[in-house]
Design a protein around this ligand. Structure first.
Ligand code: TYD
Ligand code: MG
Length: 460
């Protein structure tokens, strides 16, 4: 008879080891090992390496003969989500929604069937009780998000994935939502729910189910706080689509980003606002992120940025004041702190601004996080505007990278940024002098080669 053995697994990333380790080699966390006994699998011995056909139902098909009349898509009732998926959800696809706890994954996945009233949905929850889900559904219903009709949704509180699949195979819902992959388990794998092997197996079973029955499945997965991805990273290879929820927990904006899509383009984003009654789709994020105040406030500059393939205009705010303490303070919210220091050094060295004795605070409006170098030019403009206490005209915006020698470098897809700025009513955009751009109606493209030239053109 096979012996019961013990293994150690990391509670942070789920990797398994035969002995205790102080530090997990996979994720680098200390003191996360837990011991677990593993029961031997019944009848598992001796099956390895034997290739025997289990079922002969499926056969290879000729590519030519495969029926592909019209690509069918399921409308999820939320236009932004449909757009992100490439025009609706493909039948039989497995979509993973990843994100930190509390960001709104459960809210979004409950809002989908509330909006798509025709879609018979099986909502499987392993995290919350039926009452909790009902309470949330009521909260979401009152707002025109979904409506009072909830009879297309069946709720199933279960964590054993085999039961879930058996139920769904019988009832054949139009959509199945599983919240979350970390709470589901199968008895055919001998480790705790949430471990790497369980997560892989659960996802593989759901994929098989989706492909065989054509039922689309939305799977929710948590990502740990420090950015180390416990489950979803290994799932990315298995699932068809990965949507990642991002955003400050405190801020009200949430960005849903498509990072893998077998049926559409990636690096698309959808923006949502978390309200008291659920998520609200923001069809035109730029308009929200641009302030309504008129001219006259110094320290603000609009950046024409690009998030994925989507142009996004937002306000960069800077405050430059004399340092109160001996050492000047620098703070950057939503922007790389080291990059801010670099830009300040460039301003000091290449353009002769004495900022070493000044406190500099930088903020990206709306709680956005910006990693694009194209925001450099707007940051520099905002800092200079605050430094001179000179307000920039409200109808100008910026898109350019600042190099170490103070030169303004070109950025990708400037034409899209210019087009979006023109659409939103901006009259002038500052870009690198190396850009080659066709003329766009209604907006002047001003090219600048370096910071001294920018200063000359902005603050004559
Ligand atoms: P939730 O969907 O439970 O997060 P996740 O499933 O990703 O862990 O969202 C939880 C947060 O959203 C919680 O902090 C409360 C907030 N929230 C609202 O602000 N308004 C609402 O209508 C709902 C349902 C949640
Ligand atoms: Mg949840």
């Amino acid at each position: 008879m096979a012996k019961t053995k013990t293994v150690w697994y990391c509670t942070n990333c789920g990797n398994e080891y035969p002995q205790f380790l102080g530090r997990c080699p996979a994720c680098g966390e200390w003191n996360t090992m837990k011991e677990m006994t593993v029961e031997p699998k019944k009848g598992a011995a001796g099956t390895k390496g034997v290739a025997k056909a289990v079922s002969t139902e499926r056969k290879p098909l000729r590519l030519k003969e495969i029926d592909y009349s019209k690509e069918e898509r399921i409308n999820l009732g939320m236009p932004e989500v449909d757009r992100l998926l490439g025009g609706g959800m493909v039948p039989g696809s497995l979509v993973l929604i990843g994100g930190e706890p509390g960001i709104g994954k459960s809210t979004l996945s409950l809002q989908i069937p509330l909006c798509a009233r025709e879609l018979a949905t099986l909502y499987v929850t392993g995290e919350e009780s039926a009452r909790q889900v009902k309470m949330r559904a009521n909260r979401l219903s009152g707002s025109g998000n979904g409506g009072e009709v909830q009879d297309n949704i069946s709720l199933y509180c279960e964590t054993l994935i085999d039961n879930v699949i058996a139920e769904a195979t019988e009832s054949r819902p139009g959509l199945m939502i599983v919240d979350s992959v970390q709470t589901m388990y199968t008895e055919s794998v001998d480790s705790a729910p949430g471990s790497v092997s369980q997560i892989k197996e659960v996802a593989a079973m759901l994929l098989r189910f989706a492909k065989e029955t054509g039922v689309p499945v939305i799977l929710i997965g948590h990502i740990t706080k420090d950015g180390f991805i416990a489950g979803p990273k290994i799932l990315e290879h298995i699932v068809d689509v990965v949507l990642q929820f991002e955003g400050e927990n405190r801020g009200s904006y949430r960005i849903l980003r498509s990072i893998k899509n077998r049926f559409g383009s990636t690096s698309e984003i959808a923006v949502f606002e978390m309200t008291g009654v659920g998520l609200r789709e923001v069809a035109n994020p730029s308009e929200l992120l641009i302030p309504l105040h008129g001219e006259g406030l110094s320290g603000a500059a609009i950046c024409a940025s690009l998030d994925g393939t989507r142009p996004l205009l937002f306000e960069v705010q800077a405050l430059v004041s004399s340092a109160v303490y001996g050492t000047a303070q620098r703070s950057a919210t939503g922007f790389d702190y080291r990059r801010l220091n670099m830009l300040l050094a460039v301003l000091e060295k290449r353009a002769g601004f004495h900022l070493a004795a000044k406190d500099v605070f930088l903020n990206m409006a709306g709680g956005l996080k910006v990693s694009e170098p194209a925001a450099d030019l707007a940051v520099v403009a905002a800092v200079l505007s605050s430094n001179f206490d000179f307000a920039l005209p409200e109808d100008v915006c910026f898109a350019g990278e600042v190099g170490l020698s103070g030169e303004i470098r070109p950025v990708p897809q400037t034409d899209r940024r210019v087009a979006e700025a023109a659409r939103l009513g901006f009259k002038k955009i500052y870009v690198s002098s190396f850009e080659k751009l066709p003329k766009v109606e209604g907006i002047t493209v001003t090219k600048v080669a370096d910071i001294p030239e920018l200063v000359k053109k902005l603050f004559k």
